[in-house]
Design a protein. Structure first.
Length: 382
C-alpha cells in the first residue's frame, strides 16, 4: 500500500499472469501459447507495416481487421469490435454491459454470474468496475450446468471451452442461457478463446440473440500472443456499447503492426487448421498416455489439459516439474489445488514431459486411487 494510491487503486485485487521466464531454458507449458509459428502471411504483413507510416496514428476503427473477421466468421464488420488482446475486450465488455453496484432497482444491482472455476480475470474486472458477481459451482465433474444460469442476474459470462478445465458446454445450453437472460435484458458473454480447439461456436447465433456477445483472441489458436489482439462479435448495438467505453479510454488500442498482422492472420485459415490439428492430436495422445500412467485427465476441448494424480499433491508435482525445467500452471484455490493445467507444446516437448511424468507416477505412493481429497497432502519427496 502507498499513501499515494487512490481508494480505487487500493481496493484492486490484480490478476497474476503465468510466469514468462526471461531465460529460454524452460519447456513452457504454462500460459496456453501455441507451440507452432504464426501465419507466414501475418509476419510478412507486420514487416511491411513497419515503415514510415508509423509516424501516423493507426485507423481507430480497425477497418482492415474488422473486415477480415467479418469475412471469416460470416458476419458484418459492424458486428465486430477489435481490441488490444481479448483481455481488453473483456474489460470493456464488463464496463459496457454489466451493472455496477447501486445501479439496479432499489439501488442494488443483481450480480453477474460466472463459474466458480473459470478464467481468473473475471472477478478482477468485476472488482475494477465495482460490479457485483456471484460464482456458480461447476458440477462434481467440472461441467457447467446451464440451468444454474437460468436465474435473474446482472449478466452471465463463461468461456467455452471453459478454462482451466478444458471442458466444452453444448451450444444448445449456451443458447438456452442467452434466451433466458435476453428476456430480462441481460447480456451473455461467451469467451471463445479456445474455440478453435473444440466446442461449438455461438457466433452463428448472434443474429437471433441480440444480447449474445462472443469474445475471441489471436493469442492461442492464432499463435500471436505477442501481438496482443482480440475481438468480439455481436449485434451492432453491443459493438457500439464497446466502442463507447474504448473511446472514453484510448481510441487507438491497436497499433499499425497489430492491425496488419491480425488481419492477415484471420484470413489464413489454412495455416491455422494445419497447426491446430497437430495441437489437438498432441492433446489426445498426451491425455491417453497420462491416463495410462494413472493420472486423472479432464476431457479437454482446448489446447491444454487439466490433470491430477490421485496420490500426489499438485504442489509437489508442480515443484518437481519446475525443477526439471518444465513450467505448468497451478491455481492455489479451493477444489483445484491438486490439479495442474498443462498447455500443449510440440510433440518433442510433450515427450519430455511424459517421460518425466512416468517417473513421477512410479514414485507415487501405492494405494487406492480414490484416496485423493481436495487438499491436505504432505510432501512425499518426488
Ligand atoms: C488467454 C485467455 C484470454 C486472454 O487472451 P488475450 O487475447 O491474450 O488477452 C481470454 N480469455 C480466456 C479464457 C483465456 O484463456
Amino acid at each position: 500500500m502507498s499513501r499515494f494510491w487512490s481508494k480505487r487503486a487500493r481496493g484492486l485485487e490484480p490478476y497474476v499472469p503465468g510466469e514468462q521466464p526471461r531465460e529460454r531454458r524452460f519447456i513452457k507449458l504454462n500460459t496456453n501459447e501455441n507451440p507452432y509459428p504464426p501465419s507466414p502471411r501475418a509476419l510478412a504483413a507486420i514487416r511491411e507495416a513497419a515503415g514510415e507510416d508509423l509516424r501516423l496514428y493507426p485507423d481507430p476503427l480497425c477497418t482492415v481487421l474488422r473486415e477480415a473477421v467479418a469475412e471469416t466468421y460470416r458476419v458484418k464488420p459492424e458486428q465486430v469490435f477489435a481490441g488490444n488482446g481479448s483481455d481488453e475486450v473483456l474489460a470493456f465488455a464488463f464496463a459496457a454491459f454489466f451493472p455496477s453496484a447501486g445501479e439496479g432497482e432499489a439501488g442494488a444491482a443483481r450480480p453477474v454470474l460466472f463459474p466458480d472455476i473459470t478464467y481468473s480475470f473475471y472477478p478482477v474486472y468485476a472488482g475494477l468496475w465495482d460490479i457485483p458477481f456471484r460464482t456458480v459451482p461447476l458440477t462434481g465433474d467440472f461441467s457447467v450446468n446451464a440451468e444454474d444460469y437460468l436465474y435473474p442476474a446482472g449478466g452471465v459470462i463463461f468461456p467455452n471451452p471453459n478454462a482451466p478445465t478444458g471442458r466444452a458446454l453444448a451450444l444448445r445450453d449456451i443458447l438456452s442461457v442467452a434466451g433466458y437472460q435476453g428476456k430480462a435484458g441481460r447480456v451473455v458473454i461467451v469467451d471463445e478463446a479456445y474455440g478453435a480447439f473444440g466446442g461449438e461456436s455461438a457466433v452463428p447465433h448472434i443474429g437471433e440473440f441480440p444480447n449474445l456477445l462472443t469474445v475471441h483472441t489471436l493469442s492461442k489458436a492464432a499463435s500471436l500472443a505477442g501481438l496482443r489482439v482480440g475481438f468480439a462479435i455481436g449485434r451492432e448495438e453491443l459493438i457500439r456499447g464497446l466502442s463507447r467505453i474504448r473511446d472514453s479510454f484510448n481510441s487507438y488500442t491497436l497499433d499499425r503492426l497489430a492491425l496488419a498482422g491480425a488481419a492477415a492472420a484471420v484470413s489464413d485459415g489454412a495455416h491455422y487448421d494445419e497447426i491446430n490439428r497437430k495441437v489437438i492430436a498432441t492433446r489426445e495422445r498426451v491425455s491417453g498416455r497420462l491416463r495410462e500412467l494413472g493420472f486423472e485427465v479432464i476431457p479437454s476441448a482446448a489446447n491444454f489439459i487439466f490433470i491430477r494424480h490421485p496420490r500426489l499433491s499438485g504442489a509437489e508435482v508442480f515443484a518437481a516439474l519446475r525443477e526439471r525445467g518444465i513450467l505448468v500452471r497451478r491455481f492455489d484455490t479451493p477444489r483445484i489445488r491438486d490439479y495442474l493445467r498443462v498447455s500443449m507444446g510440440t510433440d518433442k516437448d510433450m515427450d519430455e514431459f511424459l517421460e518425466f511424468m512416468e517417473a513421477v507416477s512410479k514414485k507415487a505412493p501405492k494405494g487406492n486411487a480414490e484416496g485423493a481429497g481436495d487438499e491436505g497432502y504432505c510432501g512425499r519427496g518426488i
